[in-house]
Ligand binder design. Structure first.
Ligand code: PYC
Length: 310
């Protein structure tokens, strides 16, 4: 199995070029369901240690339904198949450029959540125009044992987010352990309380927001992903959900750019346009770098050929 690894603002992406399971030829959403239901060992074997690494997102290339798209892609981490992935799309665009499959310019990519547009500005810089994003509910409270009341917004940006602003814990790297524990507790409580999308979709990511102390940066976040790791990048789908909240609150006008940084300080430039309904169309600009071209080997005698699963 040939893969190409990259990182987007420190967050790793592994593009799988061949050797994936047969998912049929349905819509990408249908194929993502088949991957989640029937091929968990496949994606865990690529994402989990010793072959994968914490926080890594896989990008399985598949035939698109819409032939205008340069490729179809299904994203996953070691625990879940994702609807969309912003940092992964930036990493995928840079990987496709590295492979000589796309040039500088505008291209379309099909994901289970819908078609996204990428603008490759140079070999590392990409703007993603994401699927329509929206805030679903504002000021939803939950009670956490030992913490008290937490209040946040529920928003969709290709995945489902519960966003708390301001963060109850300082967003500094020495707090990463505490931030991870708190956001896991929040996600578990949100799921128990049935907080989620309009059709009962569970919260899969939690965001804590704050202002940034850094010059020329507007905001900082900490994003918990389904595999319980934190996003090293500012999270493209999470930034889209956050933009939907800012738009709904009248705190950011269409076309105005802000800079959002992650807990490790890597930045995205963000803006949005209004869609025909109350939704927004987010734009996320970031940079990715290819780090490895690898052939993965699965030896039947290897006791950890499917990854370390505890
Ligand atoms: O950038 O959308 C994103 C993302 C989702 C999970 C990890 N990164």
């Amino acid at each position: 199995m040939h893969v190409i690894d990259s990182h987007t603002g420190g967050e790793p992406t592994r593009v799988i070029l061949d050797g994936g399971p047969d998912l049929g030829l349905g819509s990408l959403a249908k194929r993502a369901q088949v991957l989640a239901a029937e091929h968990q060992l496949f994606y865990q074997s690529i994402m989990k240690e010793p072959r994968g690494q914490p926080a890594m997102v896989g990008a399985l290339l598949v035939e698109p339904v819409d032939s205008d798209c340069v490729t179809g892609v299904i994203y996953f981490d070691s625990e879940a198949v994702l609807g969309m992935c912003g940092h992964g799309t930036i990493g995928l665009a840079v990987t496709l450029a590295y492979l000589g499959r796309i040039d500088v310019g505008i291209h379309k990519i099909e994901t289970p959540a819908g078609i996204v547009e990428i603008q490759l500005s140079d070999e590392n810089t990409v703007t993603v125009t994401n699927i329509e994003s929206r805030r679903v509910r504002a000021n939803v409270s939950l009670e956490l044992d030992g913490v008290g009341t937490i209040t946040g917004d529920v928003a969709y940006g290709g995945n489902w987010f519960y966003i708390i602003d301001p963060s109850p814990i300082d967003l500094i790297s020495s707090n990463i352990r505490k931030l991870t524990d708190l956001t896991i507790q929040i996600r578990e409580q949100a799921i128990k309380d049935g907080i989620g999308g309009e059709n009962g979709e569970p919260i899969d990511h939690v965001i804590l927001q704050s202002l940034s102390d850094n010059h020329n940066v507007d905001a900082r976040n900490f994003v918990l992903c389904p595999d319980d790791t934190y996003d090293r990048s500012p999270c493209g789908t999470g930034s889209s959900a956050r933009l939907a909240c800012l738009a709904a609150d009248g705190q950011l006008c269409p076309g105005v750019e802000i800079v959002q940084e992650s807990i490790i300080g890597s930045p995205y430039r963000l803006s949005y346009q209004l869609a025909d309904n109350d939704n927004i169309i987010p734009q996320i600009t970031g940079q990715a770098f290819v780090t490895a071209e690898t052939k993965l080997i699965f030896n039947q005698l290897d006791p950890f050929k499917s990854g370390i699963i505890l």
